[in-house]
Design a protein around this ligand. Structure first.
Ligand code: GAP
Length: 437
């Protein structure tokens, strides 16, 4: 088995389509740019990502509670947050080739990056929020926005959560949910989409604790990615320069991954200080400060934010796991995903149709116990192994003629290709060990 991996975006896109991870949205109508649907494998992978993220952010000493805010947002929220005024990208059009692109991604002095003609429009600010109308009246008073980040619903509900849960500082409010951005140029598949999901943790602390917790969360987030199995050498932390900080943040560090298209942001960790709660206090007229019993004084909580896109992590995991090697003179593609992340934990494969009934009972037993398990009877055993390798299934249990006699199956390891006989009544233990942290 010799490794000959060269991973490209094209290979990942093709694998995602071929194996039911990701489909272009509305594909039968030629699709909608920057929007994707997730197939059976992709849905399971997303579920695992979200489950592991949540388990991780809740695993520390400090309390973390959950929120599920609305997607439609009142315009006042997005005015107060600064998004109505600031959330835009510089856009330019080429009058010759009619291409539209982000002005900050190219050197405009060299002309159009696509046709080289120097027939560019002035740079205009393009608003990234999707605007819609709520109710029957279509006028200024009926405007609502699809949220471009989940964070704001946490801030506007801060007092509701604080007073109903009696959490003690410091504590976090975590949310996983859809966000929408009218990106000028959605690109690199799931890297920059127009509809995506965010996993955000807003961690509230006393002002004097903010710097300490910023450093703590940066380290925790980096450790999380290593615990998922991402290659440590492909992860780095990059502090933002002063001129790239968002309007709300005092300091920011990105967890970056070395993608085939370069080092790019996977997650942003921001010190938002008291920007959001102060802004919402000012715009709503509702005081969001908190009374500290110890000091007998009010303070405006500060916020450390950890924010990552589900699909961006999905793409990162696929790039990192993708492998090509040569097995028996054939190129084999496999996803070396951590078993906790893999959409399917095991497959049960009857060697022939003659043992199918007994094999199916093993499969049903594992399925009813709650494991993500697949049963596959079609094609040669080699082809069936390849299909499982391509979706990252860490182990296949093959049921053969001996299995009926000795009640054992052959466990075949995705990465080492080693095989061992396991008693059927030990399979759940075997899988539990595989899924253990
Ligand atoms: N609340 C802070 C915030 O939204 P951001 O840097 O704009 O900050 C946070 O986004 C994370 O959301 C990014 O690090 C990325 O993982 C993900 N993300 C942002 N825009 C995205 C897009 N258009 N498509 C996919 N993921 C995106």
């Amino acid at each position: 088995m010799s490794d000959k991996t060269i991973v490209t975006l094209e290979k990942i896109v093709a694998l995602c389509k071929r194996r039911g991870f990701v489909f272009p949205s509305a594909e039968i109508y030629s699709g909608l740019n920057g929007v994707y649907d997730f197939g059976p494998m992709g849905t399971l992978l997303k579920q695992n990502i979200k489950k592991l993220w949540l388990k991780n952010v809740k695993s520390f000493d400090e309390e973390v509670v959950l929120l599920d805010g609305s997607i439609l947002g009142a315009p006042q929220v997005w005015t107060a947050s600064g998004h109505v005024e600031n959330f835009s990208d510089p856009m330019v059009d080429c009058l010759n080739c009619k291409k539209r692109f982000r002005a900050d991604e190219f050197d405009l002095t060299k002309g159009c990056p696509f046709c080289s003609k120097k027939e560019l429009t002035d740079v205009r600010q393009f608003k990234l929020m999707f605007e819609t109308q709520v109710g029957a009246m279509a006028d200024q008073t009926s405007i609502a926005y699809l949220r471009p980040e989940t964070a704001q619903s946490i801030f506007i509900n801060f007092k509701n959560v604080y007073s109903t849960t009696r959490v003690k500082f410091p504590f976090g409010i975590a949310q996983i949910g859809k966000a929408f951005r009218n990106e000028i140029t959605p690109k690199q598949f799931l890297f920059r989409m127009r509809e995506f999901e965010q996993m955000e943790l807003e961690f509230f602390c006393k002002p004097e604790q903010t710097d300490k917790y910023f450093d703590i969360w940066v380290q925790r987030r980096k450790d999380f990615y290593i615990s998922l199995g991402l290659t440590p050498e492909k992860i780095r932390l990059r502090p933002h320069e002063k001129d790239e900080l968002s309007h709300y943040s005092k300091g920011c560090k990105d967890v970056e991954y070395n993608f085939p298209f370069g080092w790019k942001e996977l997650e942003g960790i921001a010190n938002r200080v008291d920007f959001d709660l102060s802004q919402h206090t000012k715009h709503s007229g509702k005081d969001l400060s908190v009374f500290d019993q110890e000091t007998q004084q009010s303070f405006m909580p500060n916020v450390v934010e950890c924010s990552v896109g589900v699909e961006r992590l999905f793409l990162t995991l696929l790039f990192d796991a993708y492998h090509e090697d040569v097995v028996e003179n054939e190129t084999r593609i496999s996803l070396k995903l951590n078993p906790k992340v893999a959409p399917i934990t095991c497959a049960v494969l009857p060697l022939t149709k003659k043992v199918a009934e007994s094999a199916e009972n093993v499969y049903l037993d594992l399925k009813k116990a709650g494991y993500n398990v697949q049963y596959d009877l079609s094609g040669s055993i080699g082809k069936r192994y390849r299909r499982q390798d391509e979706v990252g299934t860490p182990v296949c249990f093959t049921f053969d003629f001996d299995s009926i006699e000795d009640q054992k199956v052959t466990a075949r390891n995705r990465d080492t290709l080693q095989q061992e006989r396991i008693p059927v009544d030990q399979l759940k233990n075997y899988l539990d060990n595989l899924l253990k942290e």
